[in-house]
Design a protein around this ligand. Structure first.
Ligand code: G3P
Ligand code: MG
Length: 235
């Protein structure tokens, strides 16, 4: 029987402001195996934020590309937290658990890969880092820049060619939505040597279902639910 990795979505979105250092600390406290986060490139800096607008998660308004980096860093992203830069998240998390960096914005692959190279040069290489995206062109760029990094192919609809894309990228994992996952997806991907992670699995019935399907990891706003379900199944 498989024990899937339990990964906190945007930190621990069900408990703390998403994509903030507070959220990542909360995920650590919950005992996750990893965290997922989203990155955009703004003024040459990698910002950890999901949307390309500020309204939903900060006290700012409009596009993230409007105010400029310094002004963005003055905003409140929840509980008085700043929008983090990726380096800050790495300082907190790298080497401690799986860090799943989702390339959300365009042109994020090259700077993320450059950062990973710097980390390696500083002796902070961590092969548990997983770089994922719905934008498969960004993943192609990621692979071009880095032939070692683990890549995860995200998808929401069942694409005929997910496994082809994964093979071309020499990917580590496919990451389908919980809305489409079934035993065929899990079986075919694992037969092709790929891990199967699934997002975003919050309902206890879904958590039980995907664990029974034999997924390798699940991404949840409430990772403690997944940890508890896994423990129960192991007992
Ligand atoms: O990486 C899994 C999940 O985060 C993808 O969807 O929109 O929550 O970034 P989203
Ligand atoms: Mg994400």
């Amino acid at each position: 029987m498989k024990s899937p990795l339990c990964i906190g979505h945007r930190g621990a979105k069900g408990h703390a402001p998403e994509n903030t250092l507070t959220g990542f600390r909360k995920a650590l406290a919950l005992g996750v195996d990893g965290v997922e986060l989203d990155v955009h490139l703004v003024d040459g800096r990698l910002l950890v934020i999901h949307d390309d607008t500020l309204n939903r998660t900060t006290n700012g308004k409009g596009t993230i590309h409007g105010p400029g980096f310094d002004a963005l860093r003055e905003l409140d992203a929840g509980d008085g937290e700043k929008i983090p830069v990726l380096e800050e998240v790495f300082d907190l998390l790298a080497g401690r658990l799986v860090v799943n960096i989702e390339l959300k914005g365009r042109q994020t692959a090259a700077p993320v890969m450059a950062m990973l190279r710097e980390q390696r040069a500083a002796g902070r290489h961590d092969d548990r880092i997983l770089v994922s995206s719905f934008d498969h062109d960004e993943l192609v760029a990621a692979r071009r820049h880095d032939d070692q990094v683990r890549i995860g192919v995200l998808y929401k609809k069942r694409p005929a060619d997910a496994l082809v894309t994964a093979a071309k990228l020499n990917a580590y994992a496919v990451i389908p939505s919980v809305k489409i996952i079934d035993d065929t997806i899990v079986r075919d991907a694992q037969a092709a040597g790929l891990k199967v992670y699934v997002f975003t699995v919050n309902e206890p019935s879904d958590i039980a279902r995907v664990i029974a399907l034999g997924v390798d990891g699940l991404i949840s706003d409430y990772p403690e639910r997944a940890i508890a379900a896994r423990r129960e199944r192991e007992a």
